[in-house]
Design a protein around this ligand. Sequence first.
Ligand SMILES: [Zn+2]
Length: 267
Amino acid sequence: MIQGGRGRAAIFGIARLSLATMSMLSLLGCRSMGATKSPGYGSSPGGFRIVRLDGRESGPTLLIVAGIHGDESSGPEAAEFLAAGRPPARGTLVIVPAACLEALAVGQRWAPGWSDLNRAFIASGPHETQDRTAARAAEILAFIEAERPDLLLDLHESDRNWSEGDAPALVVPLSTAANELALALLESPALAGFSFTGPPPAGSLVAAVDGRLAIPALLVEVPDALDEADRVAVFLALVETAMDILGMGARTEVPQDVSAARQSSRP
Ligand SMILES: [Zn+2]
């Protein structure tokens, strides 16, 4: 899997992107670079950062979670890109760019002394305070329960455990709401090539959010066979399409100097 030194400037290596990705970026308006907008950084009482981008009009909330697994760098990369960008026209884009910074710091699926965070979203209620994985899962779930987004997207990379071949996949929980949103996403020309699978594994974030909180949630698996820039572009296309489906209006600009914004906000 992807380790440290992960080519964070790769987002801007436009010349490296495939034609399909170029057309996606064109749809996203990624070529119309504009001024950097200061993101509304906040922090949770626990160990993960929350970025909230409010539109001028009220509307739906889309929540993006990335960095649950520390060896999957493109989700956090895409999330940081979004966090440094413009808010939607309507509603709120909420971003958790690094759900487990501890694992990202070591470039491993989970950090030493932890276990797989995406199998730890199991039981509600009191948890063992000595179990950092369970504690983080409980903090994230409590935050999501309070936020009650209209849709949650959890960004991951696959090593073919969940995707069929080299195509990106939506891993869809059982609820009707999640299935309807997944089908709407898959009908979008911007997401041609996505496949559809499920249900997500027990203990995963999306299984818990969909099953216990009754909030639609989709796990997104982008194959690590794609290079980093293409993985990021696929995530960005998905987020823009989800915002469109939810009626939030597509963002029309992206910041030019994301790398500077990231360096100032990422430990
Ligand atoms: Zn993962």
